[in-house]
Design a protein around this ligand. Structure first.
Ligand SMILES: [Zn+2]
Length: 254
């Protein structure tokens, strides 16, 4: 090609003198002609998104290679896309029919997407109800009641990953039940409430907690876990059996 990019030449379409060399199309075209359907380029992604044409239907179609974010992208001319569109959807090749068909496809797509969303939600809800039922049953075996306000129980039912003191990321239902037993032991047998109050009064504004907040996130929740962890240790040291540990068997079950 004789002309380099940016050099003004004769437009190959309208013969005007203000053509530019278009790298992707490898043609000299003016600012008006480049806007024609036969020179307007549509990316493969937009063909799928805006014209509902699967890429495999365009395998035989003439294409160009452009670059988007330094990645090669396949481009088709708008006129080729519209021809395929009319052939695939069996409509006359005119703006009116194309416009109506595209709107119809867009509406159908939105309805289908909403339906998929509803199905996903329903399935998620079913799974949550199942987890809740299973958890209630598992807790009952240890004479514990399900508490929907409890963050551990709630996170398990809602299908979140485990978090919090004494719970690892891979939290199973057994882990939750076990932790709930530990909590019952702490509150009913080890005066956990007393230690929590004691630490909160003493440490709420302490250097330790301010440092903790600074380095482990400003979330107050983190500080709460920190307090819980400290209180747990103190309660177990004072009332654990043996001291510092949980008992091998839970007292309320015998
Ligand atoms: Zn032109």
């Amino acid at each position: 090609m004789a002309a380099s990019y940016g050099t003004r030449m004769i437009c190959e379409e309208c013969q005007s003198e203000d053509g530019y060399y278009r790298n992707i199309l490898k043609k000299l075209l003016c600012q008006s002609c480049i806007k024609l359907d036969k020179y307007t380029l549509v990316s493969k992604t937009n063909v799928k998104k805006d014209f509902f044409i699967k890429s495999e239907l365009l395998v035989e179609c003439r294409h160009y290679v452009g670059y988007h974010n330094h990645q090669p992208t396949t481009l088709y001319t708008l006129s080729d896309v519209l021809s395929h569109f009319c052939a695939i959807y069996n409509i006359p090749h005119d703006k009116h029919h194309i416009c109506i068909k595209r709107q119809q496809l867009m509406d159908e797509f939105k309805v289908a997407r909403e339906k998929r969303r509803e199905l996903r939600l329903a399935s998620k809800n079913r799974a949550a109800i199942k987890r809740q039922t299973d958890l209630i049953e598992a807790l009952n075996k240890y004479q514990l009641e399900y508490d929907e306000k409890n963050r551990l129980c709630r996170s398990f039912v809602e299908g979140e990953v485990g978090f919090g003191v004494g719970v690892n990321i891979t939290t199973t239902m057994d882990d939750i039940v076990h932790r709930m037993c530990q909590m019952k032991f702490l509150y009913d047998y080890c005066h956990m409430e007393y230690f929590l109050n004691k630490i909160q009064k003493k440490d709420e504004q302490s250097y330790e907690i301010s440092i903790f907040r600074k380095y482990f996130g400003y979330k107050y929740g983190n500080a709460i876990y920190y307090i819980l962890e400290k209180a747990e240790k103190m309660a177990l040291d004072a009332y654990g059996c043996p001291s510092g540990s949980y008992p091998p068997h839970w007292g309320w079950l015998t």
